[in-house]
Design a protein around this ligand. Structure first.
Ligand code: NDP
Ligand code: 8X3
Length: 250
């Protein structure tokens, strides 16, 4: 039986790599994001397998409508990958832009909630399905300027764990994938307001994870036998680790 996946944030970075990987695994994929032109180009390489869908996950009515009107061959979703998300800014909380905070919460938390709520009932009715949420190490480990981004990813972690409780006995699986620094995506350019040089400098002299590493983790968790639930996958580049607490001395 061919599986069907719904991937958000599929126009770049992790989402694009996850879409390619799942298509190579023989999965039909609804690839969604706001930039429909990029999705259409990517889908052209996978005719009949990848269905491009222009969608802003922050728009609750649009999410409900889009999921209710998918073409029949893509309508029964077995795997939801809630990947759309972003960080905006790295300023301390006292200087941060409230619009950036709103955008992170609306996308990383509300968008993920809307997609999950629209797709879950079908999974429960069919007695099978898998929700993979893309969190971050920032949801567990604080860092200066991480404020609302980290908090939004803590939401993703805890929502994933709570979903497992609600879905007890339904056969539906939930996994939270929590990566550390990953290059070759638009993440840092978006975070730094389009400043590509600043984004590039962040990864200078170290080897970050790549989008294919995240796609591998998603593909692995989804490919395990139906009785196995991977709760959390936390992964980092070898070149990233932990530092001591800061101590302010007067
Ligand atoms: P990218 O910026 O490359 O990808 C983000 C994707 O999210 C894009 O496809 C973008 O598409 C989509 N997106 C953003 N806002 C919306 C929206 N309102 N509606 C629909 N889609 C949206 O970054 P990454 O691939 O690196 O990030 C993917 C996820 O991984 C994010 O949730 C991020 O927080 C998380 N992450 C990233 C890490 C990293 O170091 N790169 C590490 C840990 C987690 P479009 O603009 O076309 O809508
Ligand atoms: C992205 C990883 O460390 O930039 O979620 O917050 S980090």
């Amino acid at each position: 039986m061919t599986m069907t996946a719904f991937v958000t944030g599929a126009s770049s970075g992790f989402g694009a790599a996850i879409t390619r990987r799942l298509a190579a695994d023989g999965v039909r994929v609804v690839a969604s994001a706001r930039r429909a032109d990029l999705l259409a180009k990517a889908a052209a390489g996978h005719p009949g397998t990848v269905h491009p869908l222009g969608l802003d996950v922050r728009d609750r009515a649009a999410v409900e409508q889009a999921i209710a009107s998918l073409p029949a061959e893509f309508a029964e979703i077995d795997l939801l990958v809630n990947n759309a998300g972003l960080a905006k800014g790295l300023l301390p909380a006292q200087d941060a832009d409230l619009d950036d905070w709103d955008q992170m919460l609306d996308t990383n938390c509300r968008g993920l909630m809307y997609c999950t709520r629209a797709i879950l009932p079908g999974m429960v009715a069919r007695g099978r399905g898998h929700v993979v949420n893309v969190g971050s190490v920032a949801g567990t480990y604080p860092y200066p300027g991480g404020n609302v981004y980290g908090a939004s990813k803590a939401f993703v972690h805890q929502f994933s764990q709570n979903l497992r409780s609600d879905l007890h006995g339904t056969g539906v699986r939930v996994t939270c994938v929590e990566p550390g620094m990953c290059g070759d995506t638009e993440f840092s350019t978006v975070r730094f307001g389009g400043d590509r040089e600043r984004a590039r400098a962040l990864y200078a002299g170290m080897r970050p994870l790549g989008p294919a590493d995240i796609a591998e983790a998603v593909s692995w968790a989804a490919s395990l036998p139906a009785h196995v639930n991977v709760n959390v996958i936390e992964l980092m580049p070898v070149t990233q680790s932990f530092a001591p607490f800061q101590v302010h001395r007067s």
